[in-house]
Design a protein around this ligand. Structure first.
Ligand SMILES: CC(C)(COP(=O)(O)OP(=O)(O)OC[C@H]1O[C@@H](n2cnc3c(N)ncnc32)[C@H](O)[C@@H]1OP(=O)(O)O)[C@@H](O)C(=O)NCCC(=O)NCCS
Length: 373
């Protein structure tokens, strides 16, 4: 191709249009700044905004939440399937299988109109916390927790996993993290969902594929690796030496850098204050001191700011959650963004099919099999 435009990793390429979110002037979902949403709204309102286009009225929110709690039940065969998958299988792999399996029991699985897609999105939003908790508790020999329908989405999610009702600070911190994770324009997993949708495939296929993309350590999987970094550093005294050694050996520090935020990820700034509050409440701010030192050095040495996964790992740790839950919790929120993109893509579809630059052998003739050496 004579006039070919090639941008490795599609960096800087506008690959489609969206009305869902923009990162042009801070992060905004459908026009609302992420700071305002994190402060003024709860995650279910944000989910409603992304799926329906507007923030809900109190009545609309109440209806949405009751549909959400009614859809939370998992089909019995899915519960059995989760319990029988190999114990060593990772939580993201299990969640990917669980979401795919739920699709077999959804009567609207192959309906592609807007309302069917919203119904499926709401069902998945209700079922994903159950999938995460069911697997987590079964593999630890813990009894399942039955959702009561009286708790907020964030409190219910925490209670389903830990078996304990969180206090107001923990509930709020979890809720804000869900809001911040909900949507982020054409990131890798969302783009995956849009590619799948663009072929005319269904929402469950798109979301299942998106979970696979999110799992990678350069994307959602980073939040789990951040905790490994903090554990490796162990004490505030070690932080400066550790990070200088890591950078001089060209090690990639998980939770830093971003393809599109080069000066700072606004979501990380919001979550940092919640981390500090939770740490002070525990009376142990060591992880905050470690994180502050690493942030300072990575900024000074590489000019790289932290991304959302940097504080979210500490936040989930303070909430008493095990590391293997961190990326699945990202799914519990981002499923809303994926579903909204599935709806948007299918309503204004064009098959996503880019070109590649060929780097293989020049044209050549086949040597018949008997003559090949
Ligand atoms: C997110 C990420 C993949 C974006 O990367 P990208 O836009 O492709 O940028 P590149 O990988 O080309 O990196 C550009 C430079 O910054 C460096 N860099 C980027 N992220 C880095 C990190 N986390 N730690 C150390 N160096 C990093 C690269 O080594 C490279 O340096 P060089 O030019 O000296 O070789 C990358 O920053 C990363 O791997 N971060 C860690 C994983 C993570 O936190 N992911 C969650 C994203 S929300």
């Amino acid at each position: 191709m004579a006039d070919e435009a090639y941008y490795p990793g599609l960096e800087g390429v506008i690959a489609g249009e969206t009305a869902l979110s923009t990162i042009e002037d801070g992060l905004r979902y459908r026009g609302y700044s992420i700071e305002d949403l994190a402060r003024e709204a709860q995650f279910p309102e944000v989910a409603y905004l992304l799926l329906y286009g507007e923030l809900p009225t109190s009545e609309e929110l109440a209806d949405f939440q009751s549909i959400l709690s009614e859809s939370a039940d998992l089909p019995g065969p899915v519960v059995d399937l989760l319990a029988n998958l190999p114990v060593h299988a990772g939580a993201m792999d299990i969640l990917r299988t669980g979401i795919s399996a739920c699709g077999h029991f959804d009567p609207q699985a192959d309906e592609h109109d807007r309302q069917a897609n919203i119904n499926k999105a709401v069902r998945l939003l209700g079922q994903i916390p159950m999938l995460i908790a069911a697997r987590y508790r079964t593999t630890r020999g813990l009894p399942p927790v039955t959702p009561t329908g009286e708790l907020s989405f964030a409190a219910n999610l925490l209670q389903l996993i830990t078996g304990r009702q969180p206090d107001a600070t923990a509930e709020r911190a979890m809720d804000v993290s869900l809001t911040l994770y909900a949507e982020h324009e054409f990131n890798a997993s969302t783009f995956t969902a849009r590619v799948v949708t663009s072929t005319g495939s269904d929402l469950y296929s798109a979301v299942t594929a998106a979970v696979g993309a999110l799992k990678g350590p350069l994307h959602g999987g980073a939040n789990e690796r951040v905790m490994a970094v903090l554990e490796e550093v162990a004490t505030p005294d070690n932080a400066e030496g550790w990070v200088r050694r890591a950078l001089s050996s060209k090690r990639r520090i998980m939770g830093f850098g971003h393809r599109v935020y080069k000066t700072g990820d606004p979501r990380a700034d919001i979550l940092r204050s919640y981390c500090r509050e939770l740490a002070e409440r525990r009376g142990d701010t060591d992880l905050e001191e470690i994180a502050d030192t690493i942030e300072r050095v990575v900024r000074d040495e590489k000019g790289l700011p932290p991304n959302l996964d940097w504080p979210s790992a500490r936040l989930y740790h303070y909430l008493g959650l095990e590391v293997e839950l961190y990326t699945p919790l990202f799914v519990a929120s981002r499923v809303v963004g994926w579903a909204a993109h599935v709806i948007e893509q299918s309503e204004s579809n064009r098959l996503i099919r880019p070109r590649s630059r060929y780097t293989g052998p020049a044209p050549r003739n086949i040597v018949p099999l008997p003559e090949r050496e």
